[in-house]
Design a protein around this ligand. Structure first.
Ligand code: FMN
Length: 283
């Protein structure tokens, strides 16, 4: 039985941006009397998910955009959900520049599960692609990260206001957004499998700390007993690349360029990606 004004927000976050948005969304909802909590989909059991959704009057879903597509783990999470006819839902994605229909894409999958997606939004957050091959600008500057968070917090406020008022608000749910999304998604999906083997380890630099193995959401990295190896099933979140303490993770055989500073380290200073994954007891 759903409790009035209770929200559960499920998210996947590779490097912290979506985590921050999910937490800020819940903080603002809580302030307005909506009992809300964010859950990383890497840190929750299947039994909890169904009962949490059952007892919530609003369910949120958040994910980062990868080539105008959903991360593989989020797709699998939604695919595995049972039917929840008429359950109110909110879908959001985080992105650096644009995705076209990033939120609509998740909403259309949730619609098939019976959800009534009344709220959808795209939040601009810092770019987390800091690899050497595609040299996109990124930052770890605390002031710039603060500005980005402030801007996003204002946008979150707008959607929270609509939720509290019970008024639907959906951004990018139109044909133009869909076409723009397809422009990027079609080639991305076509070449996705080729990208899944791009992560490697520079064995000369690696200190065998095991952080990349612990943090990988899909078990692509593993310790062979002698060294860290990869299986070729990377989902491209770049968590291992960005959070390796010695930048020993390579992309397309290229190491991180030291002149670019540290790889992207998340939306707040000293962000600890361990908050995104299961507690070690559950391994
Ligand atoms: C493989 C990959 C593809 C991405 N594609 C896009 C994109 O199409 N459009 C965009 O604006 N940002 C894109 N980004 C940037 C991320 O969506 C953005 O930084 C996001 O907020 C990261 O969220 P997270 O920290 O929760 O993982 C991409 C990032 C990665 C790793």
């Amino acid at each position: 039985m759903a409790t009035a004004r209770k929200a559960a927000v499920f998210y996947f976050s590779g490097t912290g941006n979506t985590w921050w948005v999910a937490e800020e969304l819940c903080r603002q909802l809580n302030e307005k009397g909506f009992n809300s909590r964010a859950y990383s989909i890497e840190n929750i059991s299947a039994v909890n998910i169904a009962s949490l959704i059952e007892e919530s009057s609003l369910v949120g879903f958040g994910y980062p955009i990868y080539g105008s597509d959903l991360p593989q783990l989020m797709k699998e999470f939604i695919d595995d959900l049972p039917q929840f006819p008429g359950k109110d839902a909110l879908v959001f994605c985080t992105q650096w520049l644009w995705s076209g229909d990033g939120a609509y894409l998740g909403a259309s999958m949730l619609k098939e599960k019976g959800f009534a997606v009344k709220w959808g939004e795209h939040f601009l957050m810092p770019n987390n692609v800091s690899v050497s091959v595609i040299r996109l600008p990124y930052t770890n500057n605390p002031d710039k990260l603060f500005q980005a968070r402030q801007r996003t917090a204002r946008k979150i406020n707008r959607i929270v206001t609509h939720i509290i008022a019970g008024k639907p608000y959906r951004h990018g749910f139109n044909c133009l957004a869909y076409l723009l999304g397809c422009m990027q998604r079609v080639p991305y999906r076509r070449y996705y499998h080729r990208f899944q083997n791009d992560i490697g380890i520079n064995k000369e630099i690696c200190i065998d700390c095991g952080e990349c193995v612990r943090l990988c959401p899909v078990g692509n990295l593993y310790y062979s007993g002698v060294e860290v190896k990869t299986k070729g099933n990377c989902m491209l979140c770049l968590r291992c690349y960005n959070f390796c303490p010695v930048a020993a993770v390579t992309h397309m055989k290229r190491p991180h360029r030291p002149e670019r500073g540290k790889p992207y380290r998340g939306p707040i200073e000293n962000f600890n990606p361990a908050v995104l994954i299961s507690s070690t007891d559950e391994f």
